[in-house]
Design a protein around this ligand. Sequence first.
Ligand SMILES: [Cu+2]
Length: 122
Amino acid sequence: MKVSAFVFLSLIFLGLGTAHGKTFTLKTEMSGEFAFVGPDGTKNPSLEVHEGDQVELIIENQDGTPHILTIPEMDVKSTRVDTVGERTIVKFIAKKGEYPYYCPLPGHRRLGMEGKIICRHK
Ligand SMILES: [Cu+2]
C-alpha cells in the first residue's frame, strides 16, 4: 500500500515536471519615468514565454510608491506593493498572443509603466 502510494506520487511529480515554468522578477522604479525593471536593467522588458508555460512574476517594490501589476487578458492582477522591498507574486498559465502588462494605479501606465508579454506557440 505504501509503495503504490509512493509510485502514484512519483508519477504526479513526473507529470508536473513536464510543464515549463518561467519566472521573471520585475522591480518598480520611478526615476524620471515610471517602469518595471527587469534583472538586466531593461525597462518594461518584453517577457517571452510559450503557450502553456507556468509563468511566475515576482514584483518587487524598489521606489516606495504603491504599485500593482495587471494583465487583464490573462485575468492576472497582483496585490499592491507599498513599501521598499515588499514583494508579491502572480502565477498564471500563458495563453497564446501578445498582451500588455501594466500598473493600473492612476497615471502610472501613462507615465510609462507598461510592457508586454509575448506568448508563442510551442
Ligand atoms: Cu504603479
